[in-house]
Design a protein around this ligand. Structure first.
Ligand SMILES: Nc1ncnc2c1ncn2[C@@H]1O[C@H](COP(=O)(O)OP(=O)(O)OP(=O)(O)O)[C@@H](O)[C@H]1O
Length: 311
């Protein structure tokens, strides 16, 4: 798929409480925004924690920028990664944004104070108020500004938009786009917001029940996954039945004997088969909610019966 990966995981497993994630095999593409989606409890935050080595894998091995590491990440790797976690650090609660920035800047040789202060101003985050006295959204915006100020090669963000108002959310999207234009950066972001997939993703990665089910280019996903309505005439019921054999069919929802809603990852094959048999069809793009819903359904189906996977 891509030539280089920023982080790779090989046969990684991690058990947390009752829940095991893995095996995880993954190459995070370099120079792109990858958006990680998946149900609650799928293991997205755990995966980010593994990438930061704030928790360690029980099995398997990983590399960062092509370099393997065991245990705590060496400073030379840590300095290249910025992490916006779901929870802000308690240690910084009594610091102001400027104090916390000063503290963090000592660890990052490429810290960009000018950029940090510009972002605080743009995001309207008070710079001299203690961080436990600013609003949740303002704290989140501080975290984003501080992460970007480190001039990272890799930016990991766990649900960064939670707590942001719609205006701040737009600012975040604009800031990330600008960053991708100016910096040589890779981003991994987890989200439950479909607008974020739509607006940000180059790649979409689906995590399901502790496993990475797939990582796909967003545009390819959008172009290949389609909703097709088959509306046949009386006497064509058998032909409709034969269309069900086409490759790529993820859902086959019969409305009646002669009308079917199909979700497919291979619209061309179904369109050609319908044309050969003079069966009228209508092809439509899928909304992201629907696409991810059916992608996840096929992940479950695959888990139950791996032979169900059609190319
Ligand atoms: N500190 C922990 N101790 C024990 N189990 C944990 C811990 N953190 C997470 N888990 C478990 O690991 C599994 C994955 O959790 P994780 O937070 O990674 O999911 P997630 O995909 O980020 O979910 P969400 O979308 O709700 O944020 C869950 O079953 C959760 O209960």
């Amino acid at each position: 798929m891509q030539e280089q990966s920023v982080i790779s995981l090989h046969e990684v497993y991690k058990t947390r409480g009752q829940h095991t994630i893995g095996p995880i095999n993954l190459e995070l593409p370099q120079g792109y925004i990858t958006v990680l989606v998946g149900e609650n409890g799928a293991g997205k935050s755990t995966l980010l924690n593994l990438m930061m080595q704030t928790i360690y894998p029980d099995q398997g091995w990983m590399t960062w920028f092509g370099q393997p590491a065991k245990g705590e990440l060496p400073l030379s790797i840590r300095q290249r990664i910025a992490y916006v976690s779901e929870h802000s650090s308690i240690e910084e609660n009594r610091m102001t944004a400027l104090d916390a920035a000063h503290f963090r800047s000592q660890w990052y040789p490429k810290w960009n104070q000018k950029r940090f202060e510009q972002m605080l101003t743009e995001f309207q985050v008070p710079s001299t108020t203690k961080l436990n006295k600013v609003s949740k959204g303002q704290r989140q915006k501080f975290e984003l500004a501080a992460a970007i100020a480190t001039s990272p090669d890799l930016l990991l963000m766990d649900e960064p938009s939670s707590g942001l108002d719609p205006f701040a959310w737009k600012d975040m999207i604009r800031t990330l786009h600008q960053l991708m234009d100016t910096d040589d950066l890779s981003i991994l972001i987890t989200t439950h917001r479909m607008e974020e997939v739509e607006r940000l993703a180059d790649y979409v990665m689906l995590m399901n029940d502790g496993m990475i089910y797939g990582i796909q280019e967003k545009d390819t996903l959008y172009q290949t996954w389609k909703e097709i309505w088959i509306n046949a005439g009386v006497g064509d019921a058998d032909v409709i039945h034969s269309l069900h054999e086409c490759d790529g069919i993820v859902a086959w929802e019969a409305q009646s004997d002669l009308s079917v809603r199909v979700i497919t990852t291979n619209a061309i094959e179904l369109e050609e088969a319908a044309a050969e048999n003079n069966i009228p069809i209508q092809t439509r793009g899928l909304e992201w909610e629907d696409l991810l819903y059916y992608w996840r359904q096929s992940a479950w189906q695959y888990k139950r019966d791996p032979s169900s996977m059609k190319k």
